[in-house]
Design a protein around this ligand. Structure first.
Ligand code: C2E
Ligand code: MG
Ligand code: MG
Ligand code: MG
Length: 299
């Protein structure tokens, strides 16, 4: 029998099992329920972006607010706050990542639009499944026009590992977006296996140094060497660098000495719900960094 026939035989066999009150049935139903719950949460905008500040650290003096990264949080009706590790992969597997990603993106653009400080940029994470979907770039650009946000205020982040999954397919969409003025960032850089040729050829403007390397600083000589090398690589390719997961003033001071351009992390601000920023943060021109970060200024 052909592979296809075998496949169908196996499938129908499995479906038959699912009609009995067996564990198989329970797990199929549970999964269907979970998918339905996720779909409803997306439609009701129960999954919303939280915002973590990103700071310019490349110049002298105190860090200056550059913008925010949108990080998805599921705020369930019962008050539970669910992190992306609990639903992003499921959304990808269940074919819901397109709807989820677009919802996060549109909410983030609406918030950005409402902030008085027009200099701020917004970084949004995208999954490779969105990127390779037909018409993705055009949809993003049309949304930007509809929502009245300039392309240059948007940065789309894609992880290094995901870019490697579909390098050819992702390239066209990334080129289109970048030519239209959208910034592209390679997220979690350094933990994947991308060759230097990919880094050279991708139309990315930003490398985000994975927090694993930052976590080892300042003590680990090897981590310091990796971070220094990535910053040099980025600069010699005309790209800027973002250090992720900055938690201590010592890390920040060393990153500034090395020449990283931007930084984010708990030291500089945790992800906050949108309503926290409506009342405080980005409304004013140039927010003050937290005291611990202010002390790590350049001499
Ligand atoms: P990421 O894009 O690399 O985001 C950075 C993660 O590090 C966030 O975790 C953030 O809360 C956390 N973080 C920030 N500062 C610090 C720090 O100083 N120390 C430590 N230990 N962690 C810090 P989060 O929000 O749980 O997100 C995890 C990942 O989920 C993200 O990693 C991103 O890959 C993915 N993700 C989040 N939102 C979305 C989304 O809307 N769409 C897609 N496709 N993926 C998303
Ligand atoms: Mg990111
Ligand atoms: Mg990252
Ligand atoms: Mg990550």
């Amino acid at each position: 029998r052909s592979d296809a026939a075998m496949y169908h035989a196996k499938r129908s066999g499995r479906d038959q099992v699912a009609h009995y009150d067996s564990p198989a049935r329970t797990s199929v139903d549970t999964r269907r329920l979970a998918t339905e719950e996720l779909r409803q949460a997306i439609d009701a905008e129960e999954i919303t972006p939280f915002y973590q500040p990103v700071w310019e650290i490349g110049r002298e003096g105190a860090p200056v607010l550059h913008g925010y990264e949108a990080l998805a949080r599921w705020r369930r009706a019962d008050g539970a706050l669910i992190p992306p590790s609990q639903f992003i992969e499921r959304a990808e597997a269940d074919g819901l990542i397109g709807a989820l990603g677009r919802s996060i993106f549109r909410q983030a653009m609406r918030h950005l639009r409402g902030w008085r400080n027009r200099r701020l940029s917004m970084s949004v994470n995208v999954s490779v499944r969105q990127l390779v979907a037909e018409g993705f770039a055009e949809e993003v650009l049309a949304d930007l026009v509809e929502l009245g946000v300039e392309p240059a205020r948007l940065c789309l982040e894609i992880t290094e590992t995901q870019v490697m999954e579909a390098p050819d397919l992702s390239l066209a969409a990334l080129k289109r977006l970048s030519e239209a003025g959208v910034f592209i960032a390679i997220d979690d850089f350094g933990v994947g296996f991308s060759s230097l040729a990919y880094v050279r050829d991708l139309p990315a403007a930003e490398l985000k140094i994975d927090q694993r390397f930052v976590a080892g600083m300042p003590d680990s000589r090897k981590d310091r060497a990796v971070v220094r090398t990535v910053v040099e690589l980025a600069h010699s390719l005309g790209m800027r660098t973002v250090a992720e997961g900055v938690e201590t003033p010592e890390q920040l001071a060393l990153l500034r000495e090395i020449g990283a351009d931007l930084a984010q992390g708990y030291l500089l601000g945790r992800p906050q719900p949108p309503e926290a920023l409506l009342n405080l943060g980005p409304l004013a021109e140039g927010e003050d960094p937290p005291p611990a970060a202010r002390r790590a200024r350049l001499k």
